[in-house]
Design a protein around this ligand. Structure first.
Ligand code: SIN
Length: 493
């Protein structure tokens, strides 16, 4: 399908929004500047969106601040109904949203459909969770007192989201924020703003009052600075690179804001001799090649025990050979392009570094003949800890194989990193599953499973992979403040 005809179809649905959303109004950048959004699979320009900065962000913050007053005072049940309506609309427009995701991000349409469901599920889950924000009564220390703990929304939230999940990383933040009474200023990635704008349009259609959801995009440093320096913004939630996360954390110190950070990973995938080969290959393939390797939880280092190494490498290679690369709108394609040229250059430099240090390319290892930002699904063996491929997140379709001898060695290698987001283990030994899961310094562990993200479980990392958890019953706490209220003089008649 052609970019233009897909864009026209989405335009006809009313979801093709190309302006920012401030206080319920669709607006251009105040100086008229725009930024182009392109389809990474074809290089075609899909749209131009406003290149906004400080002034627009400050207005979006003011709108969110004003809206907080009334939105936070609604009952939980009222907010829940709005969110449920938004969920229903997201699901009604699943196909158009998925097409937008494929168009601007490049992932295969089937995966994009999966992302819409995943993303909408956060809204549904938090529409339910809205009604379960309980406080506490503490046994008092004297008979004339009553001690109560209230949970209240933090206030205006700045949500800075990445391009790899243009919808789900927004709903995972905005769902819990809105559920407990916060209002938001969203800054989606400049590469994928159209999905965010379509989701915001549906929030308006769901009746969510003006100013509760605002979207600005464009000059990332200026927008970030405006969000960080505002005393009206009480929380920053971010998904993206560790480097940017550190800057945001430092920047938030000036106004002592809460921060939730979901940062980079360096996921180890441990395949033990006693693993079921088919399960291990299927799980590793899913953990490595989801979204062309462009997720923070993608397996980054595949550590295989020496006894199963040859068999695993053979079977894995065959499976990777079958991955069809192409435009995400083409039937059967499971690997789309990388997001941009910089992403391809990074992958190339990591592979070159590994080759120069003695690694062997078993499959791929170069740009795909389709050109643009397509890269061949790649398997590299003889990878060592000191190579970039093992030390840093490659964020691309490259599977580095490393060999280990013992469980202790595997755990030591797996934990020898500053990252700590996701890890995977494949083994049929029940005791080992517990032992290794407990020993891994990671926020998420998949046991005999390569796809573990869900709205009902807590998502987040340890060490430099981040702070806080998203999704699940724990995710809403990130948007709440505890207030202790002491009632005195209670025995007076
Ligand atoms: C991410 O890559 O940041 C999110 C991946 C997921 O939700 O599974």
């Amino acid at each position: 399908m052609e970019t233009k005809s897909i864009a026209t179809r989405i335009q006809n649905s009313g979801l093709f929004r190309t302006q920012g959303l401030i206080g319920g109004k669709w607006v251009d950048a105040y100086d008229g500047k725009t930024i182009k959004v392109n389809n990474p699979a074809t290089g075609e320009i899909i749209a131009e969106v406003p290149y906004m900065g400080k002034r627009e962000t400050n207005d979006a913050i003011s709108s969110a601040y004003d809206a907080f007053n009334s939105w936070s005072k609604l009952t939980a049940a009222e907010r829940s109904k709005y969110l449920r309506e938004w969920y229903d609309l997201l699901m009604t427009h699943k196909e158009e949203l998925a097409q937008l995701i494929t168009l601007e991000q490049g992932k295969p349409l089937k995966d994009a459909m999966g992302e819409v469901t995943y993303g909408a599920d956060f809204i549904e889950f938090f529409s339910e969770e809205a009604k379960r924000v309980y406080g506490d009564v503490i046994p008092a220390t004297s008979s004339d007192r009553r001690l109560v703990v209230l949970k209240q929304p933090v206030g205006v939230v700045g949500a800075i989201t990445p391009w790899n999940f243009p919808l789900a990383m927004i709903t995972r933040k905005v769902g819990p924020a809105l559920a407990c009474g916060c209002t938001v200023v969203i800054k989606p990635s400049e590469f994928t703003p159209l999905t965010a704008l379509a989701a915001a349009e549906l929030a308006l259609q769901a009746g969510i009052p003006q100013g509760v959801v605002n979207v600005v995009m464009g000059n990332a440093p200026d927008i970030g600075e405006a969000l960080l320096s505002s005393t009206q913004v009480r929380k920053i939630t971010f998904t993206g690179s560790t480097a940017v996360g550190k800057k945001l954390m430092a920047g938030a110190a000036g106004t002592v804001k809460k921060v939730s950070l979901e940062l980079g990973g360096n996921a180890p995938c441990l395949v033990f001799d006693d693993a079921d080969l088919d399960v291990a290959v299927k799980g590793t393939l899913a953990a490595k090649f989801r979204n062309s390797g462009q997720t923070c939880v993608c397996a980054n280092r595949i550590l295989v025990q020496e006894g199963i190494y040859e068999k695993f490498a053979d079977a894995f290679l065959k499976a990777v050979q079958n991955l069809q690369v192409g435009d995400g709108f083409t039937e059967g394609v499971v690997q789309g392009p990388l997001i941009n040229e910089a992403a391809v250059k990074k992958v190339e430099s990591f592979v070159q570094d590994a080759i120069s240090k003695g690694a062997k390319v078993l499959l791929g290892g170069k740009r795909h003949s389709l050109g643009l930002t397509f890269y061949e699904p790649t398997v590299v063996s003889d990878v060592k800890n000191e190579m970039l491929l093992a030390k840093e997140e490659v964020f691309g379709p490259v599977a580095p194989l490393l060999q280990f001898k013992t469980e202790e060695e595997a755990i030591r290698i797996a934990n020898d990193t500053n990252a700590g987001l996701a890890a995977y283990i494949f083994t049929n030994n029940v005791q080992r599953t517990w032992r290794v899961s407990e020993a891994l310094e990671y926020g998420l562990v998949g046991v005999n499973e390569g796809l573990i993200s869900t709205e009902v479980a807590p998502f987040g990392g340890v060490k430099q992979s981040g702070l806080g958890r998203e999704g699940s019953k724990y995710g809403i706490d990130e948007y709440l403040e505890l207030k202790y209220v002491c009632f005195g003089d209670m025995n007076r008649k």
